[in-house]
Design a binder for this molecule. Sequence first.
Ligand code: ADP
Length: 636
Amino acid sequence: MSETMFRKPSTPRAFDFFDGLCARKRAKEHLQFQSTILENVSESVIATDLQGHVIYWNQGATALFGYSAQEMLGNTLAILYPETEGHQLQPDLGQIGEGTDYSGEWKGQRKDGTVVWIDAKTTVLRNTKGQAIGFIGVAKDITERKQAEQASLLLASIVESSDDAIIGKTREGIITSWNRGAERMYGYSAAEAVGQPITLLFPPDRHDEFASIMERITRGEQIDHFETTRVSKNGTILLVSVTVSPIHDSEGQIIGASAIARDIRGQKRLEAEVREAKQQLEVIFKNIADGITVQDKRGTVIYVNDAGAKLSGFASAQDMLAFDVKTLRTHILERFALMDEFGQPLSFTDLPAMKVLQGQSYAETLVHYRDTHTGRSWWSVLKASPIVDEHGQVQLVVNIFSDVTSRMELEQRKDEFMSMASHELKTPLTSLQGYTQLLKMRLGKQGVPELVEWLTKMEKQITRLTHLITDLLDVSKIQAGQLAYVKEPIDIDALLHDIADTMQHISATHTITIHGAAQTSIVGDSDRLGQVFTNLLSNAVKYSPQATNVDISIVATLDTVTVSIRDYGIGIPPEQQQKIFERFYRVSDVHDKTFPGLGMGLYICSEIVKRHGGRLWVESAKGEGSTFFVALPITG
Ligand code: ADP
């Protein structure tokens, strides 16, 4: 509707609108004179009809809003309202039409979408008869002032909400501003403090500080984080860190100073606590027997206690810290022979610290050191843990060295004793076995069956004892690396059938069945492999007292023969399945019936299989039986 009321002129001539209104030439000239002025004033001048459609738009308006007169004439003023607020135009015009001249600040939107703040005055435009025919508004851009005001409001609210005390003062030291932080810290309200000298806050012994601060400020200097004391309204002495900066006027003259003070009692207390904790830790580190070293991410040792230095082969912590990472490494490798528990040489990269630096979350190794200069040797357990930053990157590595020399020596003595004892026991047992057999023969001939039966029982016990002692002897030999093996071709199918037959003989409760065949021979030690299968079979029978079957299966591929021995017995829980191959390890479960044994069998088996280049493992679930697998390379 409004579109039809106003015609867009082809060229915007100012105040065409008035042409029809004023008949007299003089008046027209006067108007032209007026419109020239209006075109050239820097303010924006806009006239609209009663609906807010533009009927006049000067250069100033173009400069302010970015729309040309051509674009705006006949168009609605609503497009100058910020997004979604265009509907406000009609109510606004309504109010002005009712006689409320609008004069004030208004936020509009330029053609390019940016916000413009204007200071506007809008009044009703009347014809000669005094009838309202539209509106005229004069406006100027106040965006810059508005932004400055907002910035200073923001600044003021930051100052107000700061926890630090922020105080303004004149060159003479009279307080001119006092924020909430200052109220909280010193206890005076702004009303009490403003107008007072700043020395109000200075304890008597600090009064001369004021002159020296002001002298520096007058020179234009800033005083940064100056630690001093101040006194609050209730007399409490505060430990503060103060930063004082000069305040300049628009001509650059120093007219006063601003002081920012922070209460550092808490921080100081924390520092003291940290210092104390550090001292305590140092005393502990100095006195504990374990060695401690800390390395940075490049491996450089940045901390070591005396025990750590000694266990790494140095006289003192200072001696060790004198080396950088490269020379330390060469020094250690030249001076010390590092070995694992089996006497195999260890390289630097095998050490736990190196593994942790490579990303492992924890590493532990038993190291046997031998000082090549003095011949002294010792054992250490090295444990390394990383300290990571917030991105999970290793920053430091903490190493703990525990001297386990006496434990290892005791272990060695135990091994030696075991080896000697099993040797010593074996000889009398062999002759005991011989004489029992002889006696049994004689008494059999003499026809004393009752005694022969007793002797058979005795023989059985002697065989059990012999097995135990043979196992003990084997364990000692493995420990000493002295278990001997021969290499010969073995018909694995025949070997397994032999062993199964023998076992079947002595086990009346279970049926042992062999499935499949390798149909090939392998290279190895027949007696030792026989010992492995016998052991696995007797375990299968022993640990399945309720079952009646044990199944052996033989599968061969081109290069491997895999024998599995399956029982339907008590099974092994997952967490124990690795450990059962360790020396003397036995599964203990209070709910289970206990089985006799010493935990040597599987250890010996796994060592024998390992020496044949093979693998021994178990698959099992508690209560569902176990399957032990022996995979052996055909070529040995
Ligand atoms: P042990 O003389 O105790 O039988 P082993 O070294 O042969 O010693 O076995 C170690 C442990 O592994 C046993 O104590 C037993 O708990 C478990 N174990 C071995 N074989 C089986 C099996 N077939 N079923 C269930 N548990 C077994």
